[in-house]
Design a protein around this ligand. Sequence first.
Ligand SMILES: Cc1ncc(COP(=O)(O)O)c(C=O)c1O
Length: 401
Amino acid sequence: MDPFYGPGRNQLFVPGPVNIPEPVLQAMNRNNEDYRAPPVPALTKKLLADVPKIFKSTTGTPFLFPTTGTGAWESALTNTLSPRDRIISFEMGQFSLLWIDQMKRLNFDVDVVHCEWGTGVDLEILRTKLEADKEHKVKAICCVHNETATGVTNNLAAIRTVIDDCMHPALFLVDGVSSVCAIDFRMDEWGVDVALTGSQKALSLPTGLGIVCASPKALEATKTAKSLRVFFDWNDYLKFYKLGTYWPYTPSIQLLYGLRTALDLIFLEGLDNVIARHTRLGRATRLAVEAWGLKNCTQREEWYSDTVTAVVIPPYIDSTEIVKRAWKRYNLSLGLGLNKVAGKVFRIGHLGNLNELQLLGCLSGVEMVLKDIGYPVKLGSGVAAAAAYLQMTTPLIASRV
Ligand SMILES: Cc1ncc(COP(=O)(O)O)c(C=O)c1O
């Protein structure tokens, strides 16, 4: 028995891991199987055919690693690059910072562009760097699409345009951990060479799958990439793909069945409808924040994230207390401020298998906590602003029309 059990459902509004929908829980509630007997390869074959769709790719090759987003990062880097290769990357929050740290520890030569937390990729800096790189020493541009620590979404299409304008051959590696299946992501159209995500975010699965999709150019790069790699080597997977057995080591059977159902749910709703739902939930959250008289950590509208909102609170309040109290009093889980923004922001995750009424429950909880903690909020103000917008915009449920 959980000694911290609270009545009712926990309102899980951290920006991942997120709620797992009931059909996925049921699909995963099963015994282990012999993964060499026909059902698992048949299941895998179909999964590999469907996974590129979440990245909007028809040319990408998918890999399902038993890992997390961090492992997917390592897989992207080590399969495409060699030690001391130069990478341009942007540090704008805790997750871009951690990826850069990994790049350094893997012995790449990282040209780090430090951005103020709450801002996104500065396209002019990227342009200047690429224009100056006449010898094409830069081998990769690495970008976190959605910086989960600050709620900043970068414009991948604009980054691709800069790379193309400079006629630069660098690979474009993108962390889509808190964007894929929630925010528009077009791998082929935007010339993303490696796209990656983790199962515990918008796919609404347990943690444990690092999902990577490699473009033909990225696959070509593996042939000369000299980075040491063993567990994450794409070639081991490709060998087993050819054999039709798919797995170089034991897969998590339960996660594969869960992924099947998670994808089925997304396709049933329609990926673009899923993205539109996140657009609505993101906007509704921002309207509530505005109604509370609080600021979004994200400095410009062009970077607003539809999966996470980092809310800046006045300096006389410690945001950690908001998160603690929400959990202790209302059974509401909010995201802490991380690193540079610790104590200054709290985060509302609004991603995954989530609907409008759930979000309103969370917003009403946040209002009560703000009042508890001494912030002068009018109860109902944020909920009213969000509800007014959602009432106007929420469509009929696609499967019930
Ligand atoms: C944008 C982003 N990238 C990478 C990660 C790391 O993923 P994981 O914790 O699954 O290793 C996270 C985790 O929250 C994230 O938000």
